[in-house]
Design a binder for this molecule. Structure first.
Ligand SMILES: [Zn+2]
Length: 340
């Protein structure tokens, strides 16, 4: 009788473990103001969005690899480079030596090839990608099994039709104030996508700039509202306009800022005024903003300057019932939210 009970118990435990492994997992790798977001679908397939900075000690490649190992991956199925700036694909040559990469996704060629350094780095990318390169258009799907990922922005173009359930007129567009032209125009070309898993949704727009993010929400909101928003452009105020944030109304914002990049008080203010925002999580304490402007320390993965930083992760686990849990690797603090 006892052994039968034990057998049933172990079956139940195995079942629970299986259910847990069917979550969608997202890892925000701390790249000191660069970008690297690892997405692992319930099927076990992976999408790495951006590969952060090149440094002499391959710091970011090693940090990305540590997250890859934590996720138990043997390869990266899809690599999306949102745009061709060093803080988004600088660590790629080093990373590519550590793990096989399947398909290389991007917005098309860099628009800054007249700059010799950009051209040299971009050539390194195309050499590495070879025949496995695919440039994305708005409306394309990234075919990661088990989730639905639609490209909503690429090469300066937005989707022309609203996503399911979206398309409402955005009255706040009348107050939109355009910014001047971008000095580093490949930002404007960033690939942006919306990921759906059941009721849960997540949006990542790379470094898409203020004027270009409007294309997605003005005059009509083509995205609708979202659960989790990776603050665009590391939380800089060259992106993240009130018109955009108030349209998508994230429940949770994750800012992949660095100690000295991203997170000016104006962006925190916009986020906090956004209807329905519950929490802001940060990769780093923004040292340029007053401490009380930053979010609660328990939701900040790294507190100090770059030198000596341990590069702790923020992780997100999304269950198929729509509950999702964010965890700070530094403190162990976690919080669970319900999808809209
Ligand atoms: Zn960037």
């Amino acid at each position: 009788m006892l052994s039968k009970k034990l057998a049933i118990l172990s079956l139940l435990t195995a079942g629970a473990a299986l259910a847990a492994s069917k979550n969608l997992e997202i890892y925000w790798i701390d790249a000191e103001g660069g970008a690297a977001t690892l997405i692992v679908s319930p099927s076990g397939e992976s999408l790495l969005v951006d590969t952060a900075n090149r440094t002499p000690d391959d710091r970011d490649a090693k940090r990305i690899m540590a997250a890859i190992e934590k996720a138990g991956l043997k390869k990266i199925d899809y690599l999306l480079t949102t745009h061709f700036h060093g803080d988004h694909y600088g660590a790629l040559p080093a990373l590519a030596k550590l793990i096989p990469i399947g398909t290389f996704l991007d917005h098309g060629d860099s628009v800054e090839l007249a700059r010799p350094q950009v051209a040299a780095m971009f050539k390194g990318y195309t050499d590495l990608a070879g025949a496995h390169r695919k440039s994305l258009k708005p409306g394309d799907k990234i075919p990661l099994k088990g989730v639905d990922i639609e490209v909503i922005m690429s090469a300066g173009q937005a989707i022309t039709r609203p996503l399911k359930g979206a398309g409402q007129k955005n009255a706040s567009c009348a107050d939109f104030k355009e910014h001047g032209p971008e000095q580093d125009p490949d930002n404007d070309q960033s690939v942006g996508f919306l990921l759906r898993f059941g009721k849960f949704d997540f949006v990542d727009l790379g470094d898409l700039t203020w004027n270009y993010e409007q294309k997605l929400v003005c005059p009509n909101n083509l995205i609708g509202t979202v659960d989790v928003y990776q603050t665009t452009h590391h939380g800089l105020d060259r992106s993240n306009s009130p018109q955009f944030i108030f349209a998508i109304q994230p429940k949770v914002a994750v800012m992949n800022n660095g100690p000295r990049k991203g997170g000016p008080p104006s962006v925190f203010e916009t986020l906090r005024k956004s209807p329905g925002l519950e929490d802001i999580w940060q990769g780093h304490l923004a040292l340029g903003a007053p401490k009380e402007v930053n979010t609660d320390e328990k939701m900040i993965a790294n507190l100090g300057p770059t030198q000596g930083c341990e590069g702790k992760l923020l992780t997100l686990s999304v269950a198929s019932d729509g509950k999702y849990t964010l965890t700070n690797e530094r403190t162990g603090f976690s919080k669970t939210y319900q999808s809209k």
